[in-house]
Design a binder for this molecule. Sequence first.
Ligand code: SF4
Length: 509
Amino acid sequence: MDCLFVHSPKFNNYYRPLGAYTFINYMPMGVLALADLLTREGYETEVVHLGVEWIEDRGFSLLDYIGRTHPRIVAFPLHWHPQAYDVMEQARQVKEAFPEVFVLLGGLTASYYHREIVEQFSCVDAVIRGEGEIPLLRLVEAVRNSGALEQVPNLTWRRGEVVCENPLAYCASQEIVDGLCFTNFTLLKNHRTYIDWVLMPFFVKGFSKERNRLFFSLKTRMFDLMIGRGCPVNCTWCGGGRDAQRLIAGRRQVIFRDAERVLDSIREALRWGYETMHVCFDPYPQQPDYYLKLFARIREEALPVEFFFESYGLPTREFVDAFARTFGPRSLLALSPESGVEEVRRRNKGYAYTNQELWDCLAYIRDKGVKVDLFFGLGLPFERAEDLQETARLITRIRRHFPNVQGIRTFTIEMEPGAPWQRHPERFGIETNQLTFSDFSRIIKRKRRDLARSAIIYPGTSLISVRVPGRHSNRGCRRSGAAVFVLSIPMPAGRAHRSGGGCSAAPRP
Ligand code: SF4
């Protein structure tokens, strides 16, 4: 085999009411497309999802599988930072058992920390930075033919003791993305399990597949529909915003897939048994032309599909009209006001709006009979403890007036690699212990009793937000996948101190 992709969730997570669970069970949507591209170019490849294997066979051994399939390259997507520890541990074991195998990493987190990873983790032979289609093809070709790695764009690799950074020369055009296939599930081992039972980013270990579906999913098979790449704005917390994508992937502009190719994906996803398309790509919420055309084509084709659409701002009336006309009663729009305080929203969100604009929009959506999910954040930059009360009051008012708002979720905000507040914490009035890849990996490894050590402290305020390590974040837009658990602890004024030293105000088992 030329290339074996291995998706590793974060395996050790614990939340008291539910017990142990696996996390980051969704694969980045590009993995199947990369595997399909290699296959079409004549290379033998397969995707193994270690969470799916765990569901089907508790005794599954990646090392035994590699021993049987003999891949030249084992490629680990390291897109979301909660995977960091597990991916590096798997990479270490693979390299120890099979030193001749070329161990490769890719994805946003690996790309952001490419140099540190290749310098400090000898088990990793190379990282492909940014977008991976052509670099991966060139790499597979080079590894198969013992060719020169200097020719592989976007590659950071080790020549002896020297770390080499090839130029970041590749970023996909629309033409290339239009040529990709995101639905070749035949390449994924045990794909039926992935389609039928991986319905949320987490999977509670002590529950059966059926009970996981019953208690924790939206009771629909939801396909992450690829629409395009890039974002024109920077939300303060997001590692997938404009500047981060430029830095990590060299992406300077937003691209949309041709709508006909998107329709192909929807048809194929429906054939695989998916029912709902999850869309988290809305770079121009006030210019909905692309979606108006796409929805019109879905109506023309009479495709029996539901949509879960996450808006980056507020949808226009035209968009809401078209959405209501196109989709059924199980579809919904997700909006992320983040805060009840307009000033906090304005300072943090790429597409901000006033509370009155939010209210008017919710009223219009209600009158059109469309369901809504709302997302709020805790621990936003510049947010004060009293702002949380304002957010709580807004939530109460919304609950009273909008029966179509079916879910209101409030999460602490993750510190993501490459996000503005992670790169420049001083500009946001925070101190953080999550600066390097090793910081992320170390924090993620810790068990629940060490939660306090992954806190963000707001000096001079009475606010400390403590994140459950490993909340899902899409990096596209962070709301993807109905994230999980939240714990936030008001701290007596004057008690805040530098994170990393622990915090006595935090709970201990
Ligand atoms: S959260 Fe969404 S809108 Fe904001 S920067 Fe990230 S991708 Fe763009």
